[in-house]
Design a protein around this ligand. Structure first.
Ligand SMILES: CC(C)(COP(=O)(O)OP(=O)(O)OC[C@H]1O[C@@H](n2cnc3c(N)ncnc32)[C@H](O)[C@@H]1OP(=O)(O)O)[C@@H](O)C(=O)NCCC(=O)NCCS
Length: 275
């Protein structure tokens, strides 16, 4: 069976939509496909068999210089034939030509097919993250932290931060720590720090009126207090926002969430060195 992989253009839009309707009808990709097809820093790849789209993915280089892969989808009748692996390889080769040195992707811990597929690629598991489905946020008075150096020192000495690979999160995507990101958060009033516990939040660039937790390190007993602090820091000008909770997958956090009967999913962050 000859499967052809190529870079998609806006002309392929309707065929990709037809593929998604059949393969993954509730997919978030319907909402982002146009942005992906017009992406100046990346590509949508499609795999075709006899003029039919049978698989896709999207990759791009972030402003921070790292690659990100997402949206791998293979038609049910075409799985287990190495197509997703070829899409990942094509993406990494393309990123190499863009001088990108590493790329990442994320998958759900329950997605066994994706994890098996990733063992065939250069991607290695680097850290685990917890996404609590916490909705009962309440407002607390909180003063944003204004000093950059103390927060950077804390992060550089933190074992938890080292254990997750010194990455930060924004809207289901991760990138290497960089000082200018932290300075921006501090100047926006999006950091809470008390010398021992740290919370960083950030607007979710892909979604209006939504903020993400970029990093949280706190006493597990106070986890829900920190969720409320995150929500309160985000709720500027009295405007309600959605908060995307994402925290390092520490056992202590997991136990606390289970004790409080708060549902959560677990995400696996993978990284591939390029070149
Ligand atoms: C995950 C996915 C992209 C893999 O695509 P693929 O082309 O089948 O993957 P590959 O052929 O490159 O890798 C095949 C490996 O995945 C495993 N696999 C593929 N489909 C599977 C399935 N339905 N159930 C269990 N394992 C599966 C195979 O066991 C194989 O490993 P093995 O040969 O060592 O046993 C595909 O299953 C899919 O589209 N899933 C739904 C969307 C999704 O989960 N995307 C990934 C988000 S990170």
């Amino acid at each position: 069976m000859e499967i052809r992989i190529r870079e998609a253009s806006i002309k392929d839009r309707e065929r990709i939509i037809a593929f998604l309707k059949e393969t993954s009808p509730d997919d978030y990709i319907f909402y982002v496909l146009d942005a992906w097809l017009n992406d100046k820093n990346g590509k949508v790849l499609i795999a075709e068999h006899e003029d039919k789209v049978v698989a896709m993915n999207h990759f791009y280089a972030k402003d921070t210089g790292e690659g990100w892969l997402e949206g791998a989808r293979v038609h049910k009748d075409y799985r287990g034939q190495g197509i997703a692996t070829k899409l990942a390889e094509y993406s990494l080769n393309y990123l190499a030509k863009m001088n990108v040195k590493k790329a990442r992707l994320v998958t759900n811990s329950k997605n066994i097919a994706a994890q098996k597929h990733l063992t065939r690629t250069p991607f290695k598991l680097v850290s685990r993250w917890i996404h609590p489905h916490y909705e009962t946020q309440s407002y607390v008075e909180v003063e944003p932290w204004k000093d950059f150096i103390s927060v950077e020192n804390f992060l550089m000495q933190s074992q938890v931060f080292a254990s997750v690979g010194r990455v930060l999160h924004v809207y289901y995507s991760w990138f290497d720590y960089n000082a200018s990101f932290l300075k921006q958060r501090i100047s926006n009033g999006e950091v809470y720090f008390n010398g021992e516990e740290l919370l960083i939040i950030c607007p979710s660039h892909r979604s209006n009126n939504s903020m993400s937790i970029s990093y949280l390190e706190c006493n597990p007993v106070k986890l829900l207090d920190f969720f409320n602090i995150a929500y309160s820091l985000a709720r500027k000008n009295d405007q309600a926002v959605e908060m995307l909770f994402m925290i390092p997958a520490l056992d202590e956090y997991r136990n606390k969430l289970m004790k409080e009967k708060i549902d959560f999913s677990e995400l696996l962050l993978y990284e591939a060195k390029i070149g």
